[in-house]
Design a protein around this ligand. Sequence first.
Ligand code: 6GU
Length: 264
Amino acid sequence: MDIRQGRVSNPPSFRSATMMRFHVLTLFPEMFDSPLSVSIIARAQKQGLVEVNLHNIRDFTHNRHNTVDDYPFGGGPGMVMKPEPLFESVEHVRGSASLDESAPTVLMTPQGRRFDQRIAEDYSELSDIVIICGRYEGVDERVRQNLVTDELSIGDYVLGGGELAAMVVIDAVARLIPGVVGSAESPANDSYTTGLLQHPLYTRPSEYRGMEAPDVLLSGHHAEIAKWHRRETLRRTLERRPDLLESADLSNEDRRMLDELRAE
Ligand code: 6GU
């Protein structure tokens, strides 16, 4: 079995699972060590379903002080990431891993398109993705215009750098790759995969300090349980994220339940 060819034999689903490679360019590769070394993403790497290759942008400097940033032309606050180490590190990665022309080069920046489950689903079908973690005030504009194909943000707040954001993207994308998450933990029912929020969950004990789990969940009546799940999914979405209901795929029964919930 040659993992480099992107095929792994006998994944649990019997679909041919494809390996996905993330190529991360960062000034702080050590930030990735512990998030990548636990849980689902660690297992996925061991199984050969996911590869995360970390590259230190500083290794692509040639000057004596290994400078990766400089003052902005025209003045202004903060520092700018210099173009040379970014161009050379991307060219190195694209060449040495013989990436497809179509593999995106993604820049993590607060100015990017807002990352969401739809983008995660699209990326999960790719074989390679190059991720540049921005730092300082930003990157030289020639990097954005000539090297980067996609700019992503993970939300409307400012982080100290793109590393944590890149980890969010890697986590969300990796768990959608066939075989990474077992069918018992299936992403198919995730909040946002369905476009709605998840219903409340309960486990044993059925009564704890006088707090009881809903009887219906212990009843064994599968149809009633499914109906409860759907109603509570709709209730939670209505209460917390009514905006999601506008684009959700709702049945007539869903709309009837929502009318009831609004009346409550
Ligand atoms: Cl991708 N980078 C930084 N520095 N801050 C962010 C972000 C990215 N997404 C949200 N805030």
